[in-house]
Design a protein around this ligand. Structure first.
Ligand SMILES: Cc1cc2nc3c(=O)[nH]c(=O)nc-3n(C[C@H](O)[C@H](O)[C@H](O)COP(=O)(O)O)c2cc1C
Length: 301
């Protein structure tokens, strides 16, 4: 069996989940060994590659949630793909706030490109903005439990592609897809990376690896309209001179605005499901939830 995992990962969380899925599938002891190829579409060279999806038995698509949807470049990448009815499972990583429309946007893009979605999952991960002084969300995620869910999710996806009776439901009522647009900001925000101080060795890695070609290594500034604020350049800078602002004062406002406390965030769990959002069917952590009314493909477990 051939499996591909296409994902976008700027600060490593989505990559960690993708890797757990890959490792879990590759160790399956079966007569039909599973070969898993991974592609991080953060890299411009990977974005440019044309993919023949009919070469794969199933694909996984994994994205960090950015402002309740996908990184803009991931949406643009999808618009160029032809799914050829390839079954696929989607997963999201998020920094403890919300998924909002990420499921609907991805479902729309997948079905439009002729993929066949079968399962979805969400995983807690340390927030990309933790690179800033004063921002602390999900610092210890993904943890062992999140990885456990990732293994169960990958297992379930393989089981489901062999089952033609899969009923995958995303509620698309009142959802209208509007393409992601470039930012109109003309002023640098606290979350735009910038070079601070001396010490840049001019390795240009930030410029080379920027997923949207927004970084100018000569000036140490990003193009404000195109920068995704994904924090990739900040997290890979070997000289630690690329930074975003100290957001110590902004962080409490953010937490209040979204009604979050560290206790609320710590209680959030990774899950996978075949229906979203109002009948979120929990297919994982079954032991923990056995006493709740949770349905497994319509049957009580
Ligand atoms: C620009 C931007 C917007 C984000 N928006 C959200 C959000 O709406 N909800 C949320 O919970 N996390 C949000 N996050 C946090 C990321 O989804 C999370 O940290 C993710 O796991 C990072 O994945 P990566 O390390 O693979 O890049 C955002 C991060 C960035 C950079």
């Amino acid at each position: 069996m051939k499996v591909a995992i296409f994902y976008f990962s700027a600060t490593g969380v989505t990559h960690q989940i993708a890797q757990e899925i890959q490792n879990n599938l590759q160790i399956q002891d079966s007569n039909d060994p599973i070969i898993v190829n991974m592609f991080n579409i953060l890299y411009p060279s990977v974005q440019a590659k044309s993919v023949i999806f009919s070469d794969y038995d199933v694909c996984f698509f994994g994205f960090p949630v950015y402002a309740g949807r996908l990184p803009r470049i991931a949406e643009e990448w999808f618009l160029k793909q032809k799914g050829e009815s390839c079954p696929c499972a989607m997963f999201f990583t998020y920094g403890g706030r919300l998924l909002e429309n990420a499921n609907q946007v991805t479902y729309h893009l997948l079905t439009r490109a002729n993929f066949r979605p079968i399962l979805s999952a969400e995983f807690l991960g340390r927030h990309s903005f933790n690179v800033a002084k004063g921002w602390k969300l999900c610092e210890d995620r993904p943890n062992a439990e999140d990885f456990h869910i990732a293994r169960e999710f990958s297992q379930k996806a393989i089981e489901l592609i062999r089952n033609p009776e899969v009923h995958f439901q995303i509620n698309m009522d009142d959802f209208h897809y509007t393409p992601a647009v470039l930012s109109t900001s003309t002023q640098r925000s606290a979350f735009h990376p910038s070079r601070f101080g001396e010490g840049c060795s001019m390795c240009r890695q930030c410029e080379i690896e920027c997923p949207v070609n927004a970084m100018n290594a000569d000036t140490g500034e990003v193009h404000l309209a195109t920068c995704l604020q994904c924090m990739h350049c900040v997290s890979i800078c070997p000289d630690h001179v690329l930074k975003i602002d100290d957001v110590t004062e902004k962080f409490p406002n953010f937490m209040n605005r979204w009604h979050l406390t560290s206790e609320i965030v710590a209680k959030k769990q990774s899950l996978f499901y075949s229906s979203y959002p109002e009948k979120k069917m929990l297919l994982a952590s079954e032991n923990q939830h056995r006493n709740n009314t949770i349905h497994f493909f319509g049957e009580k477990i």
